[in-house]
Structure formats: C-alpha cells, structure tokens
Design a binder for this molecule. Structure first.
Ligand SMILES: Nc1ccn([C@@H]2O[C@H](COP(=O)(O)OP(=O)(O)OP(=O)(O)O)[C@@H](O)[C@H]2O)c(=O)n1
Ligand SMILES: [Mg+2]
Length: 410
C-alpha cells in the first residue's frame, strides 16, 4: 500500500500556513489489511480508518457514485485498484486535490498549484455536485482566504448556482450545515461567506430571511451604507476585526431580520423591526439547530439592540427592565456579549467604523451598579419570596438612579 498526505494540510503548507490536522489517503489496500495493521474503522460502510496512535483519518482511495438525494445517498467504491488520480478528481477544489508522498514529492494532476498562485477556488470536476455541502464549504474557504486575495472561479460559482437552484441544499442535515456556518462565521471575513452564498443564489435558498434584506433601504442619517443587507455584512466584518465569539457573530447575523418585513410604504424607516423580527430569528435558530447560547443571544440582541444604542437616554426603570430581561445577576457574560453585539452593530456602518460607543461602558457600569446591591440586608430585615424580589428591585432601581445622577459613574 502507498500512503499520501492529502487535502488541507498540503494546501496550507504550500500557502505557508500552519496546518491543523492531516488527512491521509491509502492506495492499494483492503479494509482487512488496514485492520490487520491496527487501524480502526470509523463505521461499517465507510472506507475511513483512524490511525492507532495519532487518531488521524486514513481513507482508502475511492470513487463515489451518487445513488440518491442528500448525504445518505452515497455509495462508495473503494478497492485496491482505485488510483490516487481517481480519488483526487472527485474532491471539491483543485487546491484541495493535491497529494504529497512520503518523500515530500507533490502530486498535482488537476492544477492545484496553478490555482493557488492565481488565488482561485475552482472545482476539480463535475463530481463537485455529488455533495451539496460543498456550496457552503467553498463559501467558507472564501471567508478564510479572502485576506490572501482568493476568489471563487466564475465556472465554480455557476455550478454552485445550479446546485442551489436544484433544491439540493434542502437535503443537507442541520448538523452538517451548522458545522460549516459556525466555522465560516469565525473566519477572518465572515461577510465573504454570506456574499459568496448570495452571489450563487444559495442564500435565497438557505437563509431567505437574510437574503431579503438586500435592496431594503435604511435612513442614510444613521446608515450611510443605506442597504440593510450591506449593513449586516459590515457588522460581520466588525465582528471579525474585534475578535468576537461565535455567539456574538450569530446574533449580529440575525439582528435586523425584522427589516425584511417592513411594509415598503414605510421605507426607509423600520419602526418596531426589533419585535417584528423575533419570529424570524426564532425560525432561523430552530431550522439551523444553533446551540442554545447562540439562539438566546440572537433573540435578545434582536429585541433590545435599539435600547442599547439609546442607553444614555433610558430612564432608570427602563434600564432596570433591560437588565432584568437579561438576568444579568446570574448571567453577566451574556449581557457583556449583548453589549459587544450592539457595539458591532453601531460600527458596522459605512464611515462610522471608528466611532465612539460610550453606550458600552455605560451599560456595563449600570449592570455593575445593579449587581452590587446586596441581598443580605434585605434578608435580615425579614423579606421573603415575592416581597424579597420586589424589595431587591426597589434597591436596584435606587442604585440605577444614583448611577444616572452620577453621570454614569458607579
Ligand atoms: N465535502 C467534502 C469534504 C472534504 N473533501 C476533501 O477532503 C479533504 C479533507 O477535508 P476537510 O478536512 O474537511 O477539509 P480541509 O480541506 O482539510 O480543510 P480544513 O482546513 O477546513 O480542515 C479536502 O481537502 C477535500 O479534498 C471534499 O472533497 N468534499
Ligand atoms: Mg482537513
């Protein structure tokens, strides 16, 4: 048997980047031979094995034929006579279809190096269409490598468009899609992920609620970029610039969905878009099976982002309600993430990226002031149950009034 390093590790080494994990392909071996050498099969019908020591994936060279719709619909043909070239041709992108032998020699039958130099994400062959997840993968690679100047080849975008139109994206399981989405949002240019999906029509199929924001105007006074979709892309960019966590990026992606429901005659105003968007955010959260912390933050940011922007004008009672809605006493981190998301929203506007956002410190200070109210003295006064809750609220309100009178200094 011959063993080759393949995929991302080869690509990233040629780009001078650190590779995180190795993928290997094995030519000229049977499953029995693999197991005899101590490799562990990952599943009965899957010609992939784990190395007994490193745990890295070793796949038998294979060709795939599509037998049905969706991810379940694969049959594998793996046998010792499948060549390396036959294996590589069914992979997604030319830059991912290179192999390295044991002596460090490069095997590049499909122009991977040429496309690396040309900074092009290009599919290898029509076999690309065998797995619709690749539409999301290409968009994710665009988000990762955009800072190096990579773009998607026109013919690949066209093929992605055909896949999107065929309805095949509907067959992807939420689990597989979420892996791509969550990784893509954490890349240096998450806006490019959305942009590429939009360019090939996949955004309309996968996230129509977001696609609808493109072409919707907002008031130029607050939004020099005007377009609501362009605003979301700019907010995502700010998220990456400021190293925000996944929860914040997910919340930012969905924060303005309500603007897609504003009646056209009300444009460019979007009165009550916060509340109106909640059912859309909920639907997207559930459809994508986003993790719980992402879901929660998205709903809270959707509902309250305008409150944050107006923080300095809010009355003490409204501030208190806001803090209560976040259960800031038990969940301080969630409130901090909310404030970050709102700051990204404020900065994700053409020409306003460097603006001050004093609301952030003000809100965090208010949360600290409310949290500093001690329960013990109230317990000592004999308050219990609902009355204790009311008394605590009263004390917190006093603290917030003092905070406001002190000009936002605790
Ligand atoms: N849907 C997929 C998934 C994977 N691959 C192939 O399998 C390799 C390894 O897959 P994976 O580890 O998921 O991606 P990498 O390219 O290694 O990228 P990453 O840096 O994200 O691991 C890819 O390079 C590609 O050749 C593919 O063709 N189609
Ligand atoms: Mg890999």
């Amino acid at each position: 048997m011959q063993i080759y390093r393949v995929g991302g590790a080869v690509r990233d080494r040629l780009l001078g980047r650190e590779a995180t994990e190795n993928d290997w392909v094995v030519v000229g071996a049977t499953p029995e031979e693999m197991q005899a050498q101590g490799f562990r099969p990952v599943g009965a019908d899957f010609p992939v094995f784990l190395h007994p020591q490193s745990g890295e994936e070793y796949a038998l060279a294979r060709t795939e034929r599509k037998s049905g719709r969706g991810y379940g619909g694969f049959t594998f043909h793996a046998s010792p006579d499948v060549t390396l070239e036959q294996d590589l041709i069914r992979r997604d992108l030319t830059v991912n279809a290179m192999a390295e032998d044991g002596q460090g020699g490069l095997i590049d039958p499909y122009g991977g190096q040429r496309d690396l130099q040309a900074r092009l994400l290009r599919h290898v062959s029509p076999a690309f269409a065998e797995d619709p997840l690749r539409v999301l993968r290409v968009a994710r690679f665009a988000a990762r490598y955009a800072p190096l100047g990579f773009t998607v080849a026109e013919e690949t975008l066209e093929l992605m468009r055909q896949i999107a139109e065929s309805g095949e994206l509907d067959a992807l399981t939420p689990e597989r899609s979420w892996k791509e989405i969550s990784r893509a949002l954490m890349e240096p240019r998450p806006d490019q992920f959305i942009q590429v999906l939009r360019d090939c029509g996949a955004l309309a199929a996968w996230l129509p609620e977001l696609d609808k924001l493109f072409g919707v105007p907002q008031p130029a006074k607050h939004h020099p970029e005007v377009d609501a979709g362009a605003h979301v892309l700019a907010v995502l960019r700010q998220c990456a610039e400021h190293d925000q966590p996944l929860t914040v990026r997910w919340a930012c992606l969905l924060h303005d969905l309500g603007k897609g429901l504003t009646p056209e005659e009300d444009w460019p105003q979007h009165i009550a878009h916060e509340k109106r968007g909640l059912k859309l955010i909920k639907a997207v959260n559930e459809r994508c099976k986003a993790p719980r912390d992402c879901q929660e933050l998205a709903l809270l940011v959707g509902e309250y982002h305008t409150h944050a922007h107006r923080a300095l004008e809010l009355r003490a009672t409204t501030l208190l309600e806001l803090l209560q809605s976040f259960d800031v006493y038990r969940r301080p981190q969630r409130f901090e993430e909310f404030v970050s998301a709102c700051e990204m929203d404020a900065r994700g506007r053409a020409g306003l990226e460097q603006r001050d956002y004093p609301q952030a410190a003000y809100l965090l200070g208010a949360a600290a002031a409310a949290r500093a109210v001690a329960v013990q003295p109230l317990l000592e006064k004999g308050f219990k149950g609902a009355e204790l809750g009311e008394a605590l609220k009263g004390e917190r309100l006093k603290a917030l009034k003092a905070y406001k009178e002190g000009g936002g200094k605790a």
